[in-house]
Design a protein around this ligand. Structure first.
Ligand SMILES: [Zn+2]
Length: 298
């Protein structure tokens, strides 16, 4: 039997609410599965790792389904239409797609800019939640940066010194048992091909070919492992020159990064003071930090 456009329309209109409800249902299921998985992980460090890798991913997928549901709801606006009109139908499809894209886009923005702060609070909670020694049931104590060094081997200390890895050492003070946990540091360092630690640090950058408006430049980065001292050199292209002359500092004092343009220092006090300052080079920033007095800030 041939189906007429009007029959198709009826079928289409029937499909919309079913599709919308299904999509919202799938989004809720994704959210719940994520929450159940998180609460099923008993080890705090494992929970931390799982949250940092999976939470935003799970929410992103859920938002895609919410966005599709929104598009389908918008499409229901045409449900009083009885006779198939191809123009009206196309306009409706277009508006639905635009609406879904908008919802998806807003969701993506929230996850990218607002949500990471919330996630960080959650991660901090699990990172600093007192550990319990499984052997004795004693509550362990987190060692300070100064205290923890004796419990780390030389390679781990080298990684901490270049800020590529941050180790937390928990100690059971009654038995001396320790638990060492590995976290991402503030800076990225490459893994050394020789010793395997994340201790490859840039020691020097040199521009061997200045970029011009017509041609890309060339930059050499010299790395040295801070643990085993093996060296590596990698070549990079520099984008064609744009006109930065209005901003470039006279003298660039970054030996290691010839392309750094601004040094930003953020100062946070326990009383809620929070302010950031920008400088053109390290000397200026250092001088400022030596002079800094919180009572004299403007
Ligand atoms: Zn090495």
């Amino acid at each position: 039997m041939e189906s007429t456009p009007n029959e198709f329309l009826q079928f289409w209109q029937m499909l919309m609410p079913i599709g919308a409800i299904s999509c919202v249902g799938i989004a809720i299921i994704i959210y719940l599965i994520h929450q159940i998985r998180v609460s099923g992980i008993k080890d705090y460090k494992a929970k931390y790792d799982y949250l940092s890798v999976s939470e935003i991913k799970a929410y992103k997928i859920a938002i895609v389904f919410i966005a599709i549901a929104f598009g389908l709801v918008v499409n229901m606006y045409g449900r009083d239409m009885i006779i198939f009109d191809v123009v009206w139908f196309s306009v409706l499809i277009f508006i639905s797609i635009a609406g879904a894209t908008l919802v998806g886009y807003i969701g993506a923005l929230i996850l990218q800019y607002y949500y990471p702060t919330q996630l960080n609070k959650k991660l901090k909670k699990w990172r600093y939640m007192p550990r319990v020694n499984p052997k004795t049931g004693n509550v362990m104590r987190l060692l300070s940066e100064d205290e923890e060094d004796v419990h780390l081997d030389e390679g781990m200390r080298a990684e901490e010194d270049v800020f590529s890895v941050d180790y937390d050492v928990w100690i059971d003070e009654q038995t001396g048992d320790t638990k060492i946990e590995k976290y991402k540091g503030h800076l990225q360092a490459l893994q050394c091909n020789n010793c395997g630690f994340y201790t490859m640090k840039i020691v020097r950058e040199e521009i061997i070919q200045e970029p011009t408006p017509e041609k890309e430049g060339e930059l050499l980065k010299h790395y040295k492992c801070q643990y085993c001292s093996s060296v590596r050199t990698t070549q990079f292209n520099i984008a064609k020159e744009e006109d930065y002359s209005h901003f470039k500092p006279d003298k660039n004092s970054f030996k290691k990064n010839a392309t750094v343009e601004v040094v930003k220092v953020e100062i946070i006090s326990s009383l809620g003071f929070k302010k950031s300052y920008e400088f053109q080079n390290v000397e200026q920033a250092e001088k400022f930090l030596n002079e800094f007095d919180i009572d004299k800030t403007k």
